[in-house]
Design a protein. Sequence first.
Length: 287
Amino acid sequence: KPFQGLMALDSPYTGIVDYKQVAQSYAKDFQEAGGTILTDFEVTNVEMAKESSPESEDGLKYPVIVRNKKGEEISCGHILTCAGLHSDRLSEISGCSPEPRIVPFRGDYLVLKPEKCYLVKGNIYPVPNPRFPFLGVHFTPRMDGSVWLGPNAVLAFKREGYKLLDFSTGDFLDAVTYSGLWKLVLRNVSHGLGELYRAFSLSAQVKQLQKFIPEVTTNDVVRGPSGVRAQALDSDGNLVDDFVFDGGSGNIGSRILHVRNAPSPAATSSLAIAAVIADEAEQRFQL
């Protein structure tokens, strides 16, 4: 037979970790270094303090006010944002560019039934499609012994739409009025329709999985969790698959650094990425 090319990548030495514990460890380190973590703080406004006197030490050191929807505020000297699904909106709020825009794609996973987990002994990844560089279905053993299969990639109608029928009018209009999305859709109509069909059809998802492990059947899987990918998209309809760091000009723009896109494997590479961001911040803010 003629050579058909690679279908999958077996990754026998890839490790797995409970990333929630990793994040909590980072948080503990941050707090022990003197940092404060605030949750439930939805930013609605970023502006220069109007009443800070130039002669005031605080006014010089912390002239930028970040305000949330409850009216609470924080005084800042410099700002670093990593806002994921809302990174374009936060950039726009701060007076910086809304591009690249975020278009949310939901990814649904299947889970192998416990008695079938023996079929997967390590991580298996599909070879990426350069024209449509989503993750593709892969086989992921978890710390608790379960095995996740997926994800697919379907346009979500809500930025935090983790359920199939979640809908937000504002998020939906933001997506469908963006020319970049239509350019992406028109270039990938058949692929997009296939992903949508597989989102509703269990047998269609399993058929994809059988390309890698033929023994898997619809009786071996159950529907599992979902995630939402913060896909950065430019106005030409190109998926942004590299890191994007930017700020702006003026009083606020020169004091802010936005992490606009942190594609996979951002969690795996988080410490290395942090070093890059720290260097970028030092140069931009002349710290």
